[in-house]
Design a protein around this ligand. Structure first.
Ligand code: KG4
Ligand code: ZN
Length: 363
């Protein structure tokens, strides 16, 4: 089966063509047009700008995905598109484009949950050297399995009984893990998105230099809370400006800023450690409770090296997504589309009429 996956839920316009035959898959193309540079100057995503950029990019991106895949639209069996959760105006661009293609090409269309893309992303076994780069086996999950989805807008622990039977057992009560990285990075005067910036600085810092809170690490459930972290970072910066004025200064907009590189590195390492400690500890505890046989990671924050290493050190059988498939892309959306239809037959020719955007869609 050949799938076209389309993704526009946030700040990446993406399309990919994925072929799946039994357990084998081939990524025929994977085109991602990122808006990060545009949003960077605003310090975060501006929804209206994002939607406009998706409108500009969607046709060239889909066209390129077909050209790179060296196939014509006739060979596509199914179009899969993210219909939520995400920014409503951005989602509309991808969904309307996908509906138009499904109507014009007379192909079935399936609406996919963005988080399901992150859920299955680690099954793409791109790191294995034993298999040819162009045709690989999907990794196998041993059930019950647990997936930690950590992205800019979500932090969810998902318990899987089978490929299609899963439920959320814990989630964030306020900020998502990616949001915690992004917001603390902003306080430190770093660029958007903050996760990669913090992680880069953290490599040379001391993770024990500052004692940041690990909210809910010992709570009796699998929920998370990260909003206190940014307040704590803000107070630490204020304390520092009194205790070590030479290490601090003011930015152009009058806000406090850390000038000393070593202090920045230590603070980044300590923030990263606090977030990773909570994520790993709660995942491991859930894994013990539910006698989990496979732990999976997904979403933008799963690109974080410290998280990947700590989780792999603490548990056996951890499936890590290739970093390309941690962040948003069309391949994982096509894969999620595949798993959605794997159980039921494709009786859909005209079903594009029924696909609706839902910015708050839950898994
Ligand atoms: O999944 P994603 O690309 O988009 C959403 O669905 O939100 O995730 C984006 C998030 C951002 O918050 C970004 O800071 C974070 O993933 N991120 C990272 C890293 N790379 C991306 N966080 C920590 N370490 C990284 N290396
Ligand atoms: Zn995402």
């Amino acid at each position: 089966m050949i799938l076209l996956g389309i993704e526009t839920s946030c700040d990446e316009t993406a399309a990919a063509v994925l072929e799946i035959k039994g357990k084998k898959y081939k990524i025929l193309s994977n085109i991602v047009s990122s808006q990060i540079e545009i949003h960077r100057k605003y310090g975060g995503i501006v929804p209206e700008v994002a939607a406009r950029k998706h409108v500009e990019a969607i046709v060239p991106v889909v066209k390129e995905s077909l050209e790179k895949a060296l196939i014509s639209q006739k060979e596509i069996d199914l179009v899969a598109v993210t219909r939520g959760p995400g920014l409503i105006t951005s989602l509309f661009v991808g969904v309307e484009a996908a509906k138009t293609l499904a109507f014009a090409w007379q192909k079935p269309l399936i609406g996919v949950n963005h988080l399901a893309g992150h859920l299955y992303g680690s099954l793409l076994n791109t790191e294995s050297r034993q298999q040819k780069a162009d045709s690989r086996n999907l990794r196998e999950i041993k059930f019950p399995a647990l997936c930690l989805i950590v992205s800019g807008g979500h932090t969810e622990l998902v318990l899987l009984k089978s490929y299609q039977d899963y439920k959320i057992i814990g989630q964030t009560l306020d900020d998502a893990a990616g949001e915690a990285f992004d917001k603390t990075a902003k306080l430190l005067g770093l660029n958007y998105p903050g996760g990669p910036e913090i992680s880069r600085l953290a490599k040379k810092g001391n993770p024990k230099a500052f004692d940041f809170p690990r909210p809910m690490i010992n709570s009796n459930n699998f929920d998370f809370s990260f909003s206190g972290l940014k307040t704590s970072v803000l107070y630490k910066i204020k304390d520092l400006s009194t205790l070590r004025p030479a290490a601090c200064g003011a930015s152009e907009d009058g806000r406090l800023k850390i000038k000393d590189l070593k202090v920045m590195q230590d603070m980044a390492a300590s923030v990263e450690q606090a977030i990773v400690d909570v994520l790993v500890e709660k995942t491991i505890r859930a894994a013990e409770k539910f006698k989990i046989k496979t732990i999976m990671l997904g979403g933008g924050v799963s690109a974080n090296e410290k998280l990947r290493k700590t989780m792999s050190d603490r548990a056996a059988n951890v499936l890590l997504p290739d970093v390309r498939f941690s962040t948003d892309n069309g391949v994982v959306i096509a894969l999620a589309g595949y798993y959605r239809i794997a159980n039921h037959k494709l009786r859909i020719k005209d079903n594009w009429k029924k696909i609706e955007v839902d910015p708050n869609l839950s898994l």
